[in-house]
Design a protein around this ligand. Sequence first.
Ligand code: XMP
Length: 310
Amino acid sequence: METARFIAQKIEEIKTIAGADKAVSALSGGVDSSTCTMLAARALGSKLKSIFIDDGLMREDEPKDVQKAFAKLGVKVDIVNAQDQFFAALKGKLDPEKKRKAFRNIFYSVLGREVKKSGARFLIQGTIKADIIETKAGVKTQHNILEQIGINTQKGFGFKVIEPLRDLFKPQVRELGRALGLPEKIFLRMPFPGPGLSCRIVGQVTPERVALVRKATRIVEEELAVLKPFQAFAVLMNDLGTGVVKGKRKFGNIIIVRSVESQDAMTAEPSPASWDVLRNVTERILKEIPAVTRVAYEVTPKPPATIEYI
Ligand code: XMP
């Protein structure tokens, strides 16, 4: 891919498809949607409305941080608070695919509502090739795959989808993001799944459980940064484990620390973490989150495990 030519070609393509119509970009702050938003902003200027759906499943301070980062790039981002709707949709769901489907449905119904409100006819989103391959292969219900599996977005949600990154893998998207002027902290960012922290909670997704895994995620990201992993995060298990706190037995939460090396997320290896790193991250989680009594480091490759937990 010759980056400058690719950018020029995609800008033309977006202009031709959207014509004089308005479009909405659903920005999550990840590498793919950030790159896609920059491309769409170049193509459509003020005809593009960028929104960030706050689903309550994001990392700490994410909505405001993303809004600020894009303001610096000259792109205005509106935050749509839909936390209650997402928690209501996920309530009582335990099965991973049911959770994914519930997420996808509420995501697109909120998005459909916003697209309608804005008078736009198109949704521009940063689906990449690995997303399409894995969903088509039936590996998982990727949150942003619709038309490829026969879902008619025009009929179901009231908009048509434009996916300028659909033929690219992650390393190419990073290169594109850099060329479009994104700061390094965005184009080199670790991937983060569309359904957010719900992919890292086994069992019920409740605001309390999300808050717990969110805290652990920050600690894992900070302590494992030295490894420069492809992805590193915390997972909250459904089981509990016994601990001893101040001489009393306590049945507490179990956190899994997961860190992987990968090129394109299609396969992955566990990161070889030093004992110091593992001890530090464990100590911090136990100290800063008293509801946790056990921490484990995961060493399963993909396949057979997936990177996320649902
Ligand atoms: P898995 O867990 O299937 O994940 O090995 C592969 C890569 O994709 C990310 N991921 C997602 N990204 N929407 C996304 O945008 C999703 O529904 C989704 N599920 C997983 C995951 O973080 C990893 O990088």
